[in-house]
Design a protein around this ligand. Structure first.
Ligand SMILES: NC(=O)c1ccc[n+]([C@@H]2O[C@H](COP(=O)([O-])OP(=O)(O)OC[C@H]3O[C@@H](n4cnc5c(N)ncnc54)[C@H](O)[C@@H]3O)[C@@H](O)[C@H]2O)c1
Length: 361
């Protein structure tokens, strides 16, 4: 089988994608990079031996030099770049969020339906070994009917400001909800088998960012745009089938210094699983509570393996192209999450619970 020729657009997290592809030397060749920052692109290209460099992604996509691309651009460029790549017939691995809102995500859905290219959202947390264990356990009925899910990602001082755009609503689409909450919403829904979200009640607040609080900067970092996104989110989602989903996420809060922890608790009729990750580290994250012969039992599954989830995500993308199988994280999954996120912002603005389908109408 001919090796896939890969292009990577955006050299921030795009470098992690590059390392993921480089771990698959028999399957792919990374042949092209694209970034507005020419110095960064040149130095990465030299270090990793990538010959072709573009400043304009459209030129890369129509060059005939690439078969598949990773889109690792600021959020509001995900839809334009993904659509251009799909229209050029390329396979696309697009970073999360799939777009800055559901309207833009719907445009990708429309183009993907008529493109020969495959489209995968980089929901990399799905591929952690502990998360895969949870998914198998749930599919095998270990929890029974899951009726309640609590998910969150909580930071002490983690407002992302290195390249500025994350705090700018027009480019990012939002704050921690679209940055961190997007992962937790996808994980929760995916573990449940993607039930339809019905209604949402949400609040967003900004107690730190706009006041310049809990913002860590290096002297070499560029000046920041005005801070006009939230830094704290609470939301409650009703799902088809009666399951409820509580979400909390923030970039900043008074808590344990350096905290950057994510969690999901799935509560079922036969058992409960707690997944708790401290500061991205370790895969030994799971606790399972159940009953045996009427007595409560607590199990700590001994999960081993790497937590390097981007490497797994890239490998899944390549596999789905090679095997011509369906996308492991579809554009529809991306759209559903964006509909919930739009609904949380809408609910927060209106101050009441709203139907997810009523947004963007
Ligand atoms: N899945 C994850 O865990 C994860 C982790 C980090 C970032 N991300 C996502 O990846 C995306 C990029 O985030 P990042 O942290 O790498 O941002 P970043 O700002 O560090 O990098 C973005 C790069 O894109 C380049 N760029 C901007 N506009 C461009 C254009 N028009 N053409 C070509 N290059 C352009 C910039 O010069 C920059 O090098 C975001 O959507 C973010 O949410 C996902």
């Amino acid at each position: 089988m001919r090796k896939l020729r890969i292009g990577i657009v955006g050299m921030g997290i795009g470098l992690t994608h590059l390392k993921g592809y480089k771990a698959l030397p028999d399957a792919v060749d990374v042949v092209a990079l694209c970034d507005l920052n020419e110095a960064l692109m040149t130095s990465i290209g030299a270090e990793y031996g990538v010959p072709l460099h573009y400043k304009n992604f459209q030129d890369m996509f129509t060059s005939g030099e690439v078969d598949a691309v990773s889109i690792c651009l600021p959020n509001s460029l995900h839809a334009p770049a993904s659509i251009a790549a799909l229209e050029a017939g390329l396979h696309v691995l697009c970073e999360k969020p799939v777009a800055e809102n559901a309207t833009a995500a719907q445009k990708i859905v429309d183009v993907e339906a008529r493109s020969p290219g495959k489209f995968m959202v980089c929901y990399n947390r799905r591929y952690r070994p502990d998360v895969k264990w949870m998914k198998n356990a749930i599919n095998n009925g270990l929890l029974g009917h899951i009726y309640q899910v609590k998910a969150g990602w909580v930071r002490e001082a983690g407002i992302p400001t290195k390249t500025g755009w994350f705090i700018n609503k027009k480019v990012a689409g939002g704050g921690p909800l679209i940055d961190l909450g997007v992962h937790m919403l996808d994980l929760a829904l995916w573990l449940l088998g993607y039930p339809k979200p019905l209604t949402v009640s949400g609040t967003v607040q900004a107690n730190f960012g706009p006041h310049g609080l809990k913002i860590k900067r290096e002297p070499t970092d560029p000046p920041l745009p005005p801070y006009d996104v939230e830094d704290t989110v609470s939301a409650f989602v009703r799902l088809e089938g009666g399951t409820t989903l509580n979400l909390e996420t923030n970039w900043a809060s008074h808590t344990k210094p350096g905290k950057d922890d994510l969690y999901i608790t799935l509560v079922g009729t036969k058992g409960t699983i707690e997944f708790y990750v401290e500061n991205y580290a370790a895969v030994d994250t799971l606790t399972f509570y159940t009953e045996v012969e009427g007595a409560p039992v607590t199990i700590r599954p001994g999960i081993v393996g790497e937590r390097s989830d981007h490497l797994y995500a890239v490998a899944e993308f390549v596999k789905c192209i090679q095997e011509d199988s369906s996308s492991p994280a579809t554009v529809h999954d991306g759209l559903t999450v964006m509909k919930i996120i739009d609904a949380i912002y809408e609910s927060a603005a209106r101050g009441n619970e709203i139907a997810v389908d009523a947004v963007n109408k």
